[in-house]
Design a protein. Structure first.
Length: 410
């Protein structure tokens, strides 16, 4: 890194001797470098983290489509919303006044809001994902404003997402026709009534950001669904002990009848669904949003699982001895939801199975900074769930880093 001395030495320094000027210049350089390097004990500095965030944000801005959107498809509100939120939550807190890269993106997003309140492109599916992400993007932009700009649009989105929940009055498919799989209370992609924990956790975060009333039945129903995705029989009535068994490890999986990390079947035909990281962290924040306390047995069991499987280098539970690379599956999604969950829990450290305390914000940030490409982007070589797209992977990485930055001590 080169430093132009003329930018550091101001006019009054001409009054000093050459030796004094040289000493002051050296001192200024040392202070500059000290604030932008990793400390001798290996800890990441906040200024280095901010620089990493800036590089990622600038890469996203430089790769925006001419129509204001981001993603492989023009006008995609899902990827566009992900990037808007990532930029809005950076330490620089980008807003409309910063230029067309924000205003054109907002226009692209709102142009896709349909009459039913949802934000999506008809016929392309993923209506819940895209609408929930739009809520998170717009509420991030409104954060701290005395008079929010997007209240009406967000209210319509909130009602749309709430209406996707599998409930007593669900349509087109009543929840009771799917009760054997424990779908009640969950939210799916929007084109059908098959919910999953990934869709549900995103919807719950969006509904919380949109100000859904704390006493809404949506939260109560959602807590039922989330609880049915946990390896804990005492609070999961779907694990009935007849056809399904449980590892009782307290972790969570994708759906009461499915785990993306796989399952095991014993000689009697009993099935155990494997717990894994991204869904366990997603469930914890969802249960907190639903009104459960940190000392609730479901939350405590999940936090124990998190400590027992602590890692920032892979999505725990996904890898197998035969396929170790599967540990990178959904890696950037994992870190983004992990950072949010630990922030929602309100604790600065997490204790692992060996009793070691981990400063999660610093460890997540250090790993992401290490994986950042020279151009400022991130990309997952294990291209599952679209993380091979550097736009999406970079948006996930920035969302995690923004949370880490807000929670890191200097």
């Amino acid at each position: 890194m080169s430093i132009n001395a003329n930018r550091l030495v101001v006019e009054p320094l001409k009054l000093y001797s050459p030796l004094s000027s040289a000493w002051l210049l050296c001192f200024a350089m040392l202070m500059f470098l000290a604030s932008n390097v990793v400390a001798q004990d290996g800890e990441l500095s906040k200024s280095t983290l901010k620089s990493s965030i800036d590089r990622g944000a600038n890469w996203l801005i430089d790769n925006q489509r001419a129509d204001g959107s981001w993603g492989s498809m023009a006008g995609d509100p899902g990827i566009t919303g992900m990037v808007i939120k990532a930029l809005a939550d950076t330490p620089r807190a980008y807003r409309e006044k910063d230029g067309p890269f924000i205003t054109s993106a907002i226009k692209s997003l709102l142009d896709q809001q349909q009459e039913d309140g949802g934000v999506y492109v008809p016929g392309q599916g993923l209506m819940n994902y895209k609408t929930s992400i739009a809520i998170l993007a717009l509420t991030a932009l409104d954060q701290g404003r005395p008079e929010p700009m997007y209240t009406d649009a967000v209210a319509k989105m909130r009602d749309y997402v709430s209406g996707l929940q599998c409930a007593e009055n669900s349509s087109p498919i009543p929840y009771d026709r799917m009760a054997h799989t424990g779908s009640y209370g969950g939210i799916g992609y929007g084109s059908d009534r098959r919910p999953d924990l990934s869709n549900t956790q995103l919807a719950m975060e969006a509904l919380q950001a949109a100000g859904l009333a704390e006493d809404s039945d949506v939260w109560k129903r959602a807590a039922v669904f989330v609880s049915r995705c946990q390896n804990r029989k005492s609070s999961n009535d779907v694990l009935d002990g007849v056809k399904k068994s449980s590892s009782e490890d307290g972790g969570f999986f994708y759906h009461p009848d499915e785990s993306k990390a796989g399952k095991k079947t014993d000689a009697a035909g009993a099935v155990t669904f494997s717990s894994y990281g991204s869904m366990t962290y997603a469930a914890v924040k969802s249960l907190i949003y639903a009104g459960l306390e940190k000392d609730d047995p479901r939350v405590k069991a999940a936090v124990d699982w998190m400590g027992n499987h602590w890692t920032v280098t892979e999505n725990p539970g996904m890898a197998t001895p035969e396929q170790p690379a599967r540990g990178q599956t959904g890696y950037y999604y994992y870190l983004a939801v992990m950072a949010r969950a630990l922030e929602v829990l309100g604790q600065k450290e997490l204790v692992d199975a060996s009793g070691v305390s981990h400063d999660w914000a610093r460890e997540i940030a250090a790993e992401l900074v290490k994986r950042q490409s020279k151009d400022g982007s991130w990309m997952n070589p294990v291209d599952r769930w679209w993380e091979g797209d550097p736009i999406l992977a970079t948006a996930y990485a920035l969302q995690a880093l923004n949370i880490c930055y807000a929670n890191m001590e200097e």
